[in-house]
Design a protein around this ligand. Sequence first.
Ligand SMILES: *[C@@H]1O[C@H](CO)[C@@H](O)[C@H](O)[C@H]1NC(C)=O
Ligand SMILES: *[C@@H]1O[C@H](CO)[C@@H](O)[C@H](O)[C@H]1NC(C)=O
Ligand SMILES: *[C@@H]1O[C@H](CO)[C@@H](O)[C@H](O)[C@H]1NC(C)=O
Ligand SMILES: *[C@@H]1O[C@H](CO)[C@@H](O)[C@H](O)[C@H]1NC(C)=O
Ligand SMILES: *[C@@H]1O[C@H](CO)[C@@H](O)[C@H](O)[C@H]1NC(C)=O
Length: 389
Amino acid sequence: MYTMSILLILTWVYLFNFWTRTTVATVSPKDCLQNSTLIDLVDCLNDFTVGPSYYNASSYAAAQPNAEQLDAWTTTITSMLDFNNVDCSTVSLPKSLSFIYTLTPFLDHSSQTPYCVLSETNSFPDHNYLKGWGLFVVPALQSQITRSIHLSAPHPLADIDTPQQAAAIFSLSGARSLLVSGRIRSAFDEATDCVKPVNPNTTYFKTDPAHDVNEPFNVAARAIRSWQNTHGGCPTDNCAYIQIHGKAASTCLNDTAFISSGLGASPLSSMNWYQTHPQAPALRIKDSFHQVFSGYTNFKNFTAAIPPTDPTCSLTATENVFGRLVNGVEEMDVCTTAADASDSADGGKEDGGVTGDFVHIEQAIQARQSDVYELWGEVMRRSFDEVEA
Ligand SMILES: *[C@@H]1O[C@H](CO)[C@@H](O)[C@H](O)[C@H]1NC(C)=O
Ligand SMILES: *[C@@H]1O[C@H](CO)[C@@H](O)[C@H](O)[C@H]1NC(C)=O
Ligand SMILES: *[C@@H]1O[C@H](CO)[C@@H](O)[C@H](O)[C@H]1NC(C)=O
Ligand SMILES: *[C@@H]1O[C@H](CO)[C@@H](O)[C@H](O)[C@H]1NC(C)=O
Ligand SMILES: *[C@@H]1O[C@H](CO)[C@@H](O)[C@H](O)[C@H]1NC(C)=O
């Protein structure tokens, strides 16, 4: 009798498993962790990005981290940057995150590279993340890191295919970290209290991490920068914070990629800064892009520009809050103050505290496709020196 019921239970469990696996496709984001490559994982999780106009004031408030969770989020992101262990076991999730997020060892089977992945575990039945704070990935071993660069994709779904592309560049360039937002920028389509756009026809939403400091993506970006600052800073030759964006074909139509450092209110001082800093990361990336892409018949027509080579393009990221922070604006002022590259800014500090370590890449759809991932990897490898192991 006893054996009988065990058998019955086992059969039932088997049938139930079979049923869930065959009749319900992706039931939750944690199933994505079964994927065999990092790009597939990012692609799979992308489907759980909180969608347009999803929130109202109360559901947005409920989805935001509380003070304890914010602290846990910051601590976890920070400690992950020190990982040097293939089973990712040296960091355990604080209690306030452990029911929402998982920290998982992930082997990319195509490159045989181990990563540690911080990802949200659950979604609503309509396939929107419960929270949407974002995804964070680091190499499991310090020896995998050859460039101190940090890749991010703040605008999933809106800038189509950028999370997958950022993941590809991250792994192909031996970068230090990958950060992807878990919400489309219009998930809560109410205007942010942070950046008020110069262009009156634009609205920046509360869930747009490029323009709102409270988005968990931004909290993570600040934690990454603080970690880097306490680990030798961000030397221009081997370090940068690179945001991957996508633009409409009709915007800045002559540029396949428009690369900038997120500079200044004054066109004069900004243009001057680019001209006097030919070794800045954004300029090196532009030059490498030309070298690499022009070597392929199929991609010879891919063009890259920076503000001085296309002054008509307005996608200069001067209102990007993280860009402002990296370029010397005080954290408490990033909503209202643009970086200022003139020497008189910031009490006469040279270049107004602008570091150029922020890189903002706007791209036509062709530059975001998988057929150019390898080329982008080569662009980044050429643009940044290898870090000492
Ligand atoms: C990734 O995992 C999900 C969930 O298990 C699955 O539905 C999807 O087909 C996988 N993607 C690939 C490319 O294998
Ligand atoms: C806000 O959205 C939630 C979840 O969709 C819903 O249950 C709630 O009724 C909405 N509240 C208001 C005030 O519309
Ligand atoms: C805002 O939109 C109006 C109406 O479409 C247009 O005339 C104006 O040039 C736009 N302003 C800017 C700064 O783009
Ligand atoms: C794009 O390039 C064409 C051909 O060189 C030029 O005539 C046009 O003015 C450029 N457009 C912009 C917006 O720069
Ligand atoms: C380059 O030319 C090819 C063939 O005409 C076209 O399909 C592709 O979209 C072009 N790429 C860019 C970035 O303009």
